[in-house]
Design a binder for this molecule. Structure first.
Ligand code: SAH
Ligand code: SF4
Ligand code: F3S
Length: 440
């Protein structure tokens, strides 16, 4: 029996793809192993969003030089954009496969194992094929992601994703509902509808309208349909683009009680000049207007965001605009990064690149500010009761870790096994990255 090991880097889309790939290989008779030294086939499923990710991959491959593997396959976003160059940088690689080609992996591995080919490269955009070629998920978890949309047409000037994942496309409603039903029937209680830009979702409707036109559904309709499936207890979606966020989606939060009052809506910068250079398609005032509207419509809503500091040409004043925006919004949790030039993107060619030292200073200031807001938010939950879904055991005996509706980690001690259960928890104290409570 042939064994394989997968290492996954990057975003949830990669985690999702890796699970599909593993299920596909198992359905073809392969066994999955958790130690790379036990594997005949090593698969690295990569991210190319920042330079660091590429270095990490090459150092991981370098370190595994002496393993017994007969095949080394590198897939995902680095494979897509590096293609042949990947073989030059790491000659031990046999297969380079883009994110839309993983359904072909069993065939490619077979060819290398049989000695028919030493090197294979595939960067075709097959679109739907991979979704249709994979079996149903084997090990269903309490919380599951479903890819509803993939790719991106926005071309933010710093971002590699439109080049690695290709043009935006939405999966048909029917396929998504089928996958959701399977996951719920097999133990999932929370579903996350996932995509690079979920609020521009426009998938084929599950029925044909008069005149034989295939209608399309938006994310609001899809959320309504998923929320009605038997067994679902909690629903989320991510990631949203601010320019596509409309009021209909805000109202849906009030209409669907099991949709969490929390949304990730990355602003990237608070400076209008930088937002324009980034090609984001909104101003900071437009962004703030939407968030305020959202709070008016759905007072419980909380936000998280991504930020980039040190985008080419970013001045001290631009950076202060970002801090001012953060001050106004008060995010519950956020992710911030130093700008990393990606070859082939317009921003990488801009002349006024910001020195690394300044990027580091700005990142530190921004992260400290964001952390303060996060701590304030966590502290405000003390003495409140929250519904928590428990996912796993903690480090200590009798300790369990779950998430509240704001996706914060909640830690409790319990005599009874809590995994897979929803419980009301009274929050007793707050730490930087979690809150501690007691089941009521
Ligand atoms: N589609 C999502 C984000 C996908 S990439 C959106 O538009 O919000 C995830 C995050 O990586 C981005 O939000 C951005 O903050 C960051 N990112 C993307 N390209 C980057 C780059 N070249 N340098 C640093 N951070 C980057
Ligand atoms: Fe990248 Fe912009 Fe598309 Fe997000 S919206 S994936 S940041 S190009
Ligand atoms: Fe990285 Fe590709 Fe996701 S570049 S962030 S793995 S879409």
């Amino acid at each position: 029996m042939i064994s394989f090991y997968i290492k996954t880097y990057g975003c949830m889309m990669n985690v999702y793809d890796s699970n599909k790939m593993a299920d596909l290989l198992v359905s073809k008779g392969y066994t999955q192993v958790l130690n790379p030294y036990d594997a005949d086939v090593l698969i690295f499923y990569t991210c190319n969003v920042r330079e660091k990710a590429v270095h990490k991959l090459l150092s991981d491959i370098g370190r595994l030089k002496f393993v017994n593997a007969k095949v080394i396959a590198v897939g995902g976003c680095i494979a897509q954009s590096e293609g042949k160059r990947l073989f030059e940088r790491a000659p031990s690689i046999n297969i380079s496969f883009g994110p839309q080609t993983y359904h072909k992996l069993p065939e490619y591995i077979d060819k290398v194992l049989k000695g028919e080919r030493e090197r294979i490269i595939d960067s075709t955009f097959y679109k739907m094929d991979k979704f249709l070629s994979c079996p149903k998920k084997r090990n269903v978890s309490i919380s599951e992601h479903i890819a509803i949309q993939e790719g991106c047409d926005n071309f933010c000037t710093y971002c590699i994703v439109p080049y690695t994942r290709g043009r935006e496309y939405s999966r048909p409603v029917k396929d998504i509902l089928e996958e959701a039903k399977w996951l719920l029937d097999n133990g999932a209680q929370e579903l996350v509808l996932w995509g690079q830009n979920v609020n521009s979702y426009h998938g084929e409707a599950p029925y044909i309208t008069i005149g034989h036109h295939k209608a399309t559904w938006r994310i609001e309709q899809l959320l309504q349909a998923v929320a009605q499936l038997p067994g679902i207890r909690r629903l989320r979606y991510s990631t949203s683009h601010p320019k596509d966020f409309n009021e209909a989606l805000m109202y849906v939060h009030n209409e669907i009680p099991l949709l969490v009052p929390f949304t990730h809506i990355p602003v990237q910068s608070g400076s209008d000049r930088i937002l324009k250079q980034m090609n984001r398609g909104y101003t900071s005032a437009e962004y703030l207007y939407k968030l305020n509207k959202f709070r008016e419509i759905c007072p419980a809503i909380q936000f998280s965001s991504d930020f980039i500091v040190g985008f080419p040409g970013e001045t001290e004043e631009d950076f202060k605009d970002t801090l001012r925006l953060v001050e106004q919004v008060k995010y519950t949790i956020s992710y911030s990064f130093k700008y990393s030039p990606r070859s082939g993107t317009p921003a990488a060619k801009m002349l006024d690149q910001v020195p690394e030292k300044i990027k580091e200073q700005r990142l530190k200031i921004l992260q400290d500010t964001l952390l303060q807001d996060q701590i304030t938010f966590n502290k405000a939950l003390v003495d409140k009761t929250q519904e928590v879904l428990f996912y796993k055991k903690g480090k200590r005996v009798k300790q369990y870790i779950g998430k509240n509706v704001y996706m914060q980690s909640v830690v409790v001690e319990s005599e009874k096994d809590l995994i897979g259960k929803f419980k009301d928890v009274l929050i007793k104290s707050a730490e930087e990255n979690c809150v501690i409570g007691q089941v009521v």
